[in-house]
Design a protein around this ligand. Structure first.
Ligand code: SF4
Length: 290
């Protein structure tokens, strides 16, 4: 809010994804209008501006609703999103949107629209392969969440107007995905670190984190079984068929002086990437050789 020009610019790839997302959102809106003609609802408003004032009377949030739908006497504010399909695959209720920082902002956005427009019911429409998923929400069920959000938004506006900056964020994971990380150097700064905004990579890291323990368990069991059954060429074990085969393994038993003569070291021939979850350090190392 105080230094918007310092935010790290999005990469061309991310901008292209935004563009594609916007196109899809327009198409889904057109589909909704068509569907309304046969399914007894009507899209009555698009891009309606709203503003929300805090307790101080200052405007703290402004925005535009994607659509308003009239259905059986109800006015339903609809927000359309075209998020990464991996994200959408984990969502089945409006409450699920609060599970990820990438979808949480969308949930607050729709709740703010409802509060700003004084409407009770909203609908989050998430595009995905096949039929979009529709997530209804009743504002009353999330009053605490949106009031807390409004309170934080107001605190930010008041501090900005007073020319003050808040303390550094306490959660380093927030800093690591903050577009100002680098320009802003909190005490937990990772000097020289590149900040990755690619949603696909972030999602892959998240999914990887969820299966780390399962992956370790699999690797341990797989090795134990294969060590125990080394040499088994065909066997049935319960409902499992085990097949094995021998293959050639060529080794060269060279004298040390010959090995030393042909030894070559490339300082960048091997790369090790260590992935550490900042809030819960778990180190997993993987090597790749060129
Ligand atoms: S890098 Fe961290 S402390 Fe700095 S603005 Fe971003 S979230 Fe706040």
């Amino acid at each position: 809010m105080t230094n918007p020009a310092e935010a790290k610019p999005f990469s061309a790839d991310v901008l292209a994804n935004f563009e594609r997302g916007n196109d899809r959102e327009r198409e889904v809106l057109i589909d909704l209008q068509r569907l309304g003609r046969i399914a007894d609802f009507e899209v009555i408003g698009q891009q309606e501006r709203f503003e929300l004032r805090g307790k101080s009377g200052k405007v703290v949030i402004v925005g535009k609703t994607d659509a308003t739908i009239r259905w059986k006497g109800l006015r339903v504010k609809a927000e359309l999103k075209n998020w990464n399909p991996n994200l959408v695959a984990r969502i089945s209720t409006f409450g699920d949107l609060f599970q990820s920082p990438w979808t949480r902002a969308g949930a607050y956005q729709l709740l703010a629209y409802l509060l700003g427009a004084n409407e009770e019911v909203g609908m989050m429409v998430l595009d995905r392969p096949g039929i979009p998923i529709m997530l209804p929400v009743v504002l009353d069920d999330y009053l605490d969440e949106i009031e807390e959000f409004l309170h934080r938004a107001e605190a930010a506006v008041l501090m900005k107007d007073a020319g003050e900056l808040p303390d550094y964020h306490q959660d380093p994971t927030e800093c690591k995905r903050c577009p100002f990380f680098g320009f802003c150097t909190p005490p937990i700064s990772y000097k020289g670190a590149e900040v990755i905004f690619d949603e696909t990579i972030l999602q892959m890291l998240q999914e990887r984190e969820e299966i780390v323990e399962a992956g370790k368990k699999f690797a341990k069991l797989d090795k134990a079984i294969k060590d125990r059954l080394r040499g088994t060429e065909m066997a049935l074990a319960g409902e499992f068929l085990l097949t094995g085969k021998w293959g050639k393994n060529t080794t060269y038993d060279l004298p040390d002086d010959v090995k030393a003569k042909y030894k070559k070291t490339d300082d960048k021939g091997k790369f090790t990437l260590t992935i550490t979850k900042v809030t819960d350090p778990v180190k997993i190392e993987g090597d790749t050789d060129e």
